[in-house]
Write a protein of this length. Structure first.
Length: 293
């Protein structure tokens, strides 16, 4: 269980902003943090990691106090069991891929566990290469493997996929989900991509001007109403066609297209390019527009 109640004054584009956040999350969830630039998303991760010190409040993780200003407790980042993946990957440029990962392990993993990481992230052919020779997707895999090598209890990802193309982004989303489940992590992911959030998150917290303004499942936060079903996918409308008295909406989901029937009374809310949720209820696919805010 993660419990926090922290306050910190920050310099924001619009002037001073008070970061005032409180929450409680069960262990093992994948939680996405959503909000506009400057809302406090990265600052929240840095506070958890011990890279930014709150002025007041407390952080308790699995009954261990990480921070409590009244008791004078502020654990160093090295004692917080956190794996952090930054937007710029932050790999050591003078080290090979193998050395980057082994340095992070610092004897916390045995040789077989490290070899398993190489296999999990398909790094075998990259082990002797330096970061400057790698593509963005390869650097991201190395950064994720290095974060896991330290055996964290919490994995923190600060928009790690924002600069990648759609295909690589989708593959790395799958890597993250695999790692999250395999190592039973609690994962915090900063993301602006609503489709990514629907695919990955157990819970979403929405930040605005340093406050949590909404939280819940992706459907609860981004949809007009909660939808349950055997499957849920997000995609983009690429075609709307009228056939007699109904409309057929074609939705691009990954590299596949799905056609969903919509009635005339519903079609006015949809436009080509809209991000939508496609779900099933009683074997009948339904479509619903995603609200970005």
């Amino acid at each position: 269980m993660i419990q926090f109640n922290v306050q910190k004054k920050l310099d924001a584009p619009g002037g001073e902003m008070l970061l005032d956040l409180q929450g409680e999350f069960p262990q093992g969830q994948l939680i996405t943090i959503f909000g506009e630039s400057g809302a406090g998303k990265t600052s929240l991760l840095r506070i958890f990691a011990g890279l930014l010190m709150p002025e007041t409040g407390k952080i308790i993780v699995n009954q261990q106090t990480w921070f409590d200003n009244r008791k004078g407790i502020n654990l160093s980042p090295q004692k917080r069991k956190i794996g952090f993946v930054f937007q710029d990957y932050a790999l050591f440029p003078n080290m090979t891929v193998q050395k980057n990962i082994e340095f992070a392990a610092k004897n916390r993993q045995n040789k077989k566990e490290i070899t398993d990481l190489f296999d999990l992230f398909n790094l075998g052919e990259l082990l002797n290469k330096k970061p400057e020779t790698l593509s963005g997707g390869q650097k991201q895999r190395v950064a994720l493997a290095r974060a896991i090598a330290s055996k964290p209890e919490i994995l923190m990802l600060d928009e790690p996929l924002s600069a990648l193309d759609h295909v690589m982004r989708s593959k790395l989303q799958d890597y993250i989900l695999t790692v999250h489940k395999k190592y039973n992590l609690t994962t915090f992911l900063v993301s602006h991509d609503v489709g990514e959030i629907f695919k990955m998150a157990d819970k979403v917290i929405v930040l605005d001007n340093g406050k949590i303004t909404n939280q819940g499942t992706p459907s609860e936060v981004f949809s007009n109403k909660h939808i349950s079903g055997k499957f849920q996918f997000t995609g983009e409308i690429i075609r709307i066609e009228k056939e007699d008295v109904i409309y057929v909406v074609t939705v691009l989901i990954g590299n596949s297209m799905v056609k969903v029937v919509s009635e005339e009374k519903e079609i006015h809310q949809f436009s080509i390019g809209d991000k939508v949720l496609v779900a099933s209820k009683a074997f009948n696919p339904i479509i619903q527009k995603i609200q970005s805010k």
